[in-house]
Ligand binder design. Structure first.
Ligand SMILES: [Zn+2]
Length: 255
């Protein structure tokens, strides 16, 4: 069984003490494809080092995370642009809008989001969207940028069925993570109405650990807990869900 974690911050300082053991635990359990979203240029070296060490398993994205859109965002966007021209990345991400941490930067977050969508189109890459308390604003940008060359993943999807359907209408697949296992996570109630061809699995490690690890450090191995829950919701075997969602990840990232 090959399981794909489409969103994991393996370079995070949360793993500095035991990164290789943590990755080995995942690999031993069949979690062997890791898609690594960027945050800002300061994490670039850590990401490239990981790729060097696990070239068969690690697939990097380039992008500026919305909570890191600050005064220097133009320099950061120039860095993303340079990286995308310099070598292969598998997506532009994670990008989007976050109004939970800081509402005052909304204007430049929208600007950075739009510019990065255009970079993705230019390089024929998918986008990986981060959206927190900002569905309306994210949809506004997607509405004005939609088209055949816009596609990707709505990472850590936590909205309603209606919002899910709107996300799908922009060629986005839904990234399903730990929230699906939470008692009050809500998405487990309607997920079955979303065709399996439209979802991928993720952890967002080290954040958002699924139950029974909720509140603790998350790691890629725990994508198995997400897999188990999703298999229960669709009444389909874990093997089949792993196969379908891995294929979906191949379709999106072309690898
Ligand atoms: Zn993330």
């Amino acid at each position: 069984m090959t399981i794909t974690d489409t969103h994991t911050h393996l370079y995070s300082e949360a793993f500095d003490e035991d990164r290789d053991e943590m990755i080995k635990r995942a690999l031993d359990a069949g979690v062997s494809r890791f898609f690594i979203p960027a945050i800002d240029s300061s994490y670039s070296k850590g990401m490239l080092d990981l790729e060097k060490k696990y070239p068969e398993n690690i697939f990097l994205m380039s992008g500026l995370h919305p909570t890191h859109v600050k005064e220097n965002y133009k320099e950061e966007l120039a860095f993303v642009e340079e990286e995308l021209s310099r070598r292969r990345y598998y997506a532009v991400g994670e990008i989007g809008i976050d109004l939970y941490w800081d509402k005052s930067t909304l204007g430049i977050q929208q600007e950075a989001f739009r510019q990065q969508i255009r970079l993705a189109k230019q390089h024929k890459l998918p986008i990986v969207i981060h959206c927190r308390e900002a569905f309306e604003k994210v949809f506004e940008v997607l509405e004005s940028e939609k088209g055949e060359n816009l596609y990707g993943i709505f990472h850590c999807f936590t909205g309603t069925l209606k919002q899910a359907q709107q996300a799908l209408s922009y060629n986005m697949k839904l990234g399903i993570g730990g929230v699906v296992t939470f008692k009050n996570g809500k998405i487990d109630r309607f997920l079955k109405e979303i065709p399996l061809s439209e979802i991928v699995l993720e952890t967002d490690a080290p954040y958002l650990a699924p139950s029974p690890y909720r509140g603790k450090r998350n790691e890629s191995l725990y994508v198995k807990n997400v897999l188990e829950k999703v298999a229960g919701i669709y009444h389909i075997s874990e093997e089949k869900i792993a196969e379908i969602t891995t294929q979906n990840s191949k379709d999106i990232f072309s690898v």
